[in-house]
Design a protein around this ligand. Structure first.
Ligand code: DX5
Ligand code: ZN
Length: 214
């Protein structure tokens, strides 16, 4: 699997240095969790922070929008330096319009589903996106337990992508660590997000290596 450390678990006072740390440790992408206090009951970072930390790495920025109206903020996150923008199909913005808006800014679009949302909700968008993100915790907070019962959704989405001959990555987010990575990998996850599993590990490079080889 490719590994995307989630900055949600980093030292926010040293975000730039934390990015450099996981870049050197072998990260493939940097995952940035954007929360608005409405779509999820937590507030995190906005476009100003994304822009401020952008110069610390050349790794792609994988921006995960957990906000009610993602369409209204695509320009701001594109300007801030996002390479991939994923948004929830449970949000208020029209998915088709949001995907087109992301593409129009030269950014790769992805759709995300919460644990309660069935796999087939993403099927109408598979031809139009670069990534599908399957949440393996309820979005909102880091450090929660991995929901293994989301793996059938990963497998089903992977099969549908392969059946249609598409080049779409399946990402999983939440509770992925040394203990659960093999389960995700076996189910077909291409990119795993890990926050506490990497930033709270003694050795980030070792944690990333274990996830990659799971
Ligand atoms: C949860 C976020 C995740 C989270 C992952 O809403 O989308 O990216 O930070 O953190 P861990 O790996 O600690 O579950
Ligand atoms: Zn996330």
């Amino acid at each position: 699997m490719k590994v995307a450390p989630s900055l949600l678990s980093c030292d926010f006072a040293k975000m730039g240095e934390e990015i450099v740390r996981v870049d050197k440790a072998g990260a493939d992408l940097i995952h940035l969790d954007v929360m608005d206090g409405h779509f999820v009951p937590n507030l995190t970072i906005g476009p100003a922070i994304v822009k401020a930390v952008r110069p610390y790495t050349t790794l792609p920025f994988d921006v995960h929008l957990m906000i009610d109206y993602p369409l209204d903020y695509i320009d701001a996150f594109a300007d801030a330096g996002a390479d991939i923008i994923t948004f929830h199909l449970e949000s208020m913005s029209d998915p088709q319009t949001t995907i087109e808006k992301i593409k129009s800014r030269g950014v790769k679009p992805g759709v995300v589903i919460k644990p309660g949302t069935p796999a087939d909700v993403v099927y109408p968008y598979l031809e139009k996106v670069d990534m599908v993100l399957v949440m393996t915790v309820e979005p909102g907070f880091g450090g929660q337990a991995f929901m293994e019962d989301m793996m059938p959704k990963v497998t089903a989405i992977k099969a549908e992508i392969q059946k249609r001959g598409l080049d779409v990555l399946v990402e999983a987010d939440g509770g992925i660590s040394e203990a659960t990575a093999a389960i995700a990998s076996k189910a077909g996850v291409d990119v795993c997000v890990s926050g506490t599993g990497i930033f709270k590990a003694k050795d980030a490079a070792e944690a990333i290596r274990i996830l990659k080889n799971a």
